[in-house]
Design a protein around this ligand. Structure first.
Ligand code: PLP
Length: 373
């Protein structure tokens, strides 16, 4: 994918915001608890390598990703801290994981058997670091029944092919005001822990939301994701009791400005018709950049003023209505602040009827990421 460097649309990533969010989270932890920064999906769109650098500088001692390729990207970039792949990796890739000291998530005993076979065939001698996933109610991956834990633990602890490094679960509703389901999951977690004779080095249950609103059960690592990027994990449902610093903004520039007469229409489908003579600006960004087509009718900031997006958003361009004539090259803020006015990722997500996570990681590789400190 060609990156649009010659085009003035940019994601601006404030590394010092990530640093601050992580530093403040680390400072709140007791000294037995570590923070692993979650940098899956290219660091939620912020850049995996750049995010990992800022997070480690701020005190993160490990990294989590979703897929093996993301872990390999980090190793290639030179990171030596523990890296955990949170999703299921095909057991056939076990030797690559040991070769790069990448920890695998295990969902069942069968996976262990297959990984063991792969390692034996490849003649690998170092153990594969494994974290056992427990499904306490997320319904995604992991053992569902504490009765199945014993056999898995026996294999992981007694077989030299493995180093039983961690055990974890993931909460489905930690970001919700209603805690009933969370309590159910927590009870199941305790039932699992009750059959575990010896705890592995890492015991972890907390994503950002759990670490913020249910810190009592942190275990000894928190898997810190969205809040590290400065976003409230609950959207707006719960208040974060401290300040988060959003790291991502999106800016562009007017590349074409014209006056249209009343009655003229704008963009595909001619869905917008000017009711009077109007100034219209064109921005070089569209849904191919992850600026969703559903954002028609939403607004951007020009000179501290909210300007409506008029007509359909195209693949590479969109049009806005200006309050007056502005020159080509005028800055446009699509996410971020301009003269005291603000458009947050949450505002964009709310308009699209989704969550800020999806907006942040939906910005495509065509948008350059510019890093500020
Ligand atoms: C993505 C993910 C996290 C991070 O979640 P945030 O809500 O971004 O903090 C933690 N744990 C697991 C298993 C995940 O998949």
């Amino acid at each position: 994918m060609a990156v649009g460097k010659t085009r003035p649309s940019r994601l601006i990533i404030d590394r010092s915001a990530i640093y601050q969010n992580v530093k403040e989270a680390v400072d709140r932890l007791d000294d037995r608890t570590e923070l692993f920064m979650v940098v899956k999906a290219n660091g939620y769109g912020h850049g995996a390598v750049e995010t990992a650098q800022a997070a480690i500088k701020a005190g993160a001692t490990g990294l989590c990703v979703a897929i093996l390729d993301e872990a390999l990207e980090l190793r290639t970039a030179g990171f030596t801290v523990p890296i955990l792949v949170l999703g299921i990796t095909a057991p056939q890739h076990a030797a690559i994981m040991t070769g790069h000291q990448i920890s695998a998530t295990v969902g069942d005993v069968e996976w262990l058997r297959q990984a063991k076979d792969t390692l034996a065939k490849a003649g690998v001698e170092e153990p594969l670091h494994v974290h056992m996933a427990l499904d306490t109610g997320m319904g995604r991956i992991g053992l569902q029944d504490p009765a199945d834990l014993g056999a898995a633990v026996t294999l992981m602890t007694e077989d030299p092919a493995f180093d039983f490094e961690g055990i974890f679960t993931h909460f489905a509703t930690a970001d919700s005001a209603d805690t009933a389901y969370f309590e159910e999951q927590l009870a199941r977690w305790h039932a699992f822990m009750a059959v575990l004779e010896k705890r592995p080095r890492y015991v972890h249950v907390s994503n950002s939301a759990t670490s913020i609103w249910h810190a009592v059960c942190n275990g000894n690592i928190i898997r810190y994701g969205v809040a590290g990027y400065g976003l409230n994990p609950s959207g707006g449902e719960l208040t974060v009791p401290y300040q988060l610093h959003p790291a991502m903004s999106l800016t562009s520039q007017l590349v074409y400005v014209k006056k249209i007469a009343a009655g003229r229409s704008i963009s595909y489908g001619a869905t917008y018709t000017a009711s009077e003579d109007e100034w219209i600006g064109t921005l070089p960004i569209g849904y191919a950049d992850g600026y969703e087509r559903r954002l028609q009718g939403f607004h951007v900031l020009v000179d501290g003023q909210f300007c409506e997006i008029v007509g359909r958003i195209c693949m590479d361009q969109l049009m806005i209505r200006l309050p007056r004539e502005y020159p080509v090259g005028t800055k446009v803020t699509m996410v971020g602040t301009d003269q005291g006015q603000r458009i947050s990722l949450q505002d964009v997500a709310t308009y699209c009827d989704t969550i800020h996570y999806e907006i942040a990681c939906g910005f495509t590789a065509r948008l350059p990421r510019d890093y500020r400190n």
